[in-house]
Design a protein. Sequence first.
Lengths: 139, 186
Amino acid sequence: MDCTHCQGLMADCAWGELAPDDVRALEQHRAGCDPCEDAWRALRADLEAVAAGLVDVPEPPNARAALLDRFDAAIAARPRLPLWRRPVPAWQAAIAASLLAAVLWAVGNAPESPPLASVEASDLLYDGSELLSAPPDHL
Amino acid sequence: MTSDRQIIGRIRRGDREALGTLYDRHSPALRAYLVRRTGTAEAAEEILQDVFLALLEERGPRTDESVAGWLFTVARNRSINHLRRRQTRLRLVPRLPAPPEAGPDEDAAQRQRLDSVARALATLPEEQREALLLKQAAGLTVPEIAALQGVPAGTVKSRLHTALHTVRAAVVPTGEQPWTAHTAKA
């Protein structure tokens, strides 16, 4: 990168509009080039002066306080949302997600029950044969 | 520093200090933008408040959109609505801005420099000045400025570079007397 190229890219670099590779190349060149380093400092100073010159409207007195008062009124007038529609803080959402994940993991890793195929159907169904073969004592 | 997005989350939960923080960050550039779009400080202030309160009512910035970009988009739309309501032609005010006040410890050369920058900015075409405001004071990206101005990104880049070149050409270098600069130019 030569000085002309470097100085041509400086404004885009200061505005954050330069690709990372170009930023690195520009910084490498500046590090070894006093005139370009001086040009960079001058550009930064000019840009600061430009920003100050652009934001030239004074804030009216109490403007901030008036906004915060309107904000408080808007919050007070806001209808209470049902529980399930209220915004949830990130940390609460993270805890809920962790608990859900733990439950799902526990369910997935629970000890297996014996397979159904190993249980004979006769074990499950009572056919009443004992009643038929052994009469009651009182008879 | 807390990000704008984290601040918006707190604002929506009713945190007034968070709103104050966002206001301190973005209101100077928004105010300057709105004064120039509406032509009056009163209308600009009213819209400025509405823009911040819109965070409670509207969806807010998309994930691919900066908070500043969203604030300026809302400000632009509301200023258009305001002008329509008042049946006023969009007025972009070509006024000479007051030079920024220098601190007591700033030397005369620095004051002179700021003054010459302010005067140079006042000579810029409005679309160039607005692009420079949105980039340099508000920190918007070129695509965001392009969307606000309704022009291609290349046009925005061109406006920015032309504006900066004009301002820098007019700025009196630090330590140089203004008449010296004029003589040099002549």
